[in-house]
Design a protein. Sequence first.
Length: 169
Amino acid sequence: QLSNSQRERKKKKTRRRRGGGGVGWLLVVMVKMETRRTGTLWAVCFVVLLLLFVGGVTSIDEQRVALSTLYDYCDGPNWVNNHNWDSSLSVCEWFGITCEGSVVTQIKLPSNNLTGNLPPEFCNLTGATTLLMDDNMILTLPTEIGLLEAMVDMSMSSNSIYFLPSEIA
């Protein structure tokens, strides 16, 4: 027959072997759940960042289409300087275009005799931060111009723009 103190010691030993009682197991389960959540959270963050990177920056082919459409819409053959435009060379080698890596970041075509409307496709240049097209004959800007969220420096002075889309007005 065990005394009360002996029974109590036996219970404590049993609890230690089992993980220290209910609270200990609960902590282990919570830690495991937290680890799973953290792992899941990291996986979700990775997928979201990957989608933002892949979806947020326009592909080189889309950039080529956007710039070629600008060339077509704004009378490219009659520009003052259209060096390498509408060629098979990388768009990063076209006159007035600056890239970081393979992303078009700057379009600088001031006083270059661009005549016509900026095409909606032009707004697919989502990595563009600078747009300088002063002193041309551009007539309209597409409503999609508001999609150029990376744009920090946009200058279109001395053109014939008669309407500003509400997206930038």
